[in-house]
Design a protein around this ligand. Sequence first.
Ligand code: URA
Length: 192
Amino acid sequence: AEATRLLDALRAKYEADAPHKTFVTEFNNIVFGEGDPCARLMFVGEAPGAEEDRTGRPFVGRAGALLDKMIVAMGLKRESVYIANVLKTRPVDNATPTPSEVAACAPYLWEQIRIVSPEAIVTLGLPASQCLLKTTEPMGKLRATWAVFRCSDGREIPVMPTYHPAFLLRAYTPENRAKVWSDLQMVMERLG
Ligand code: URA
């Protein structure tokens, strides 16, 4: 209940601050994030796409359908994890968020992470992975290895970067699927 209240308050603060106003000209809905406010596992993506912008919910388009499959394959339920993005509004033409856009929105994600306080975070794709880990390393270097996100309160949360489901959809090869599955298995082992 406390986490729900804190997330609601953070959402209200995001809406009042409207950091996206400095860079997004058109969007329909803010996609703040959803799921269990006390989730043991959190997924972080890059930014809402068209379907997310239409519904106000994260990962509900084609990439979202694949993420749902990944969550179920892990033996979890979508409602039992927490899903958020670095940017809360859809970039024009689904452009990759620029460093200044990420800088404007990241503080709200840091607060979301601190409030949910998950036991592990899976970052989906390069922009989310680089944002959380404050690195410019490529995905091939980042995935398959545990990294750490340090919350403002000093808490350290293990982070597993993996490929974005939208990338998997574009390159649905046995190799890429095996890589993501192996990353997710490391997460399952950690969660027990
Ligand atoms: N891609 C993302 O990174 N986030 C979403 O919410 C949907 C697609």
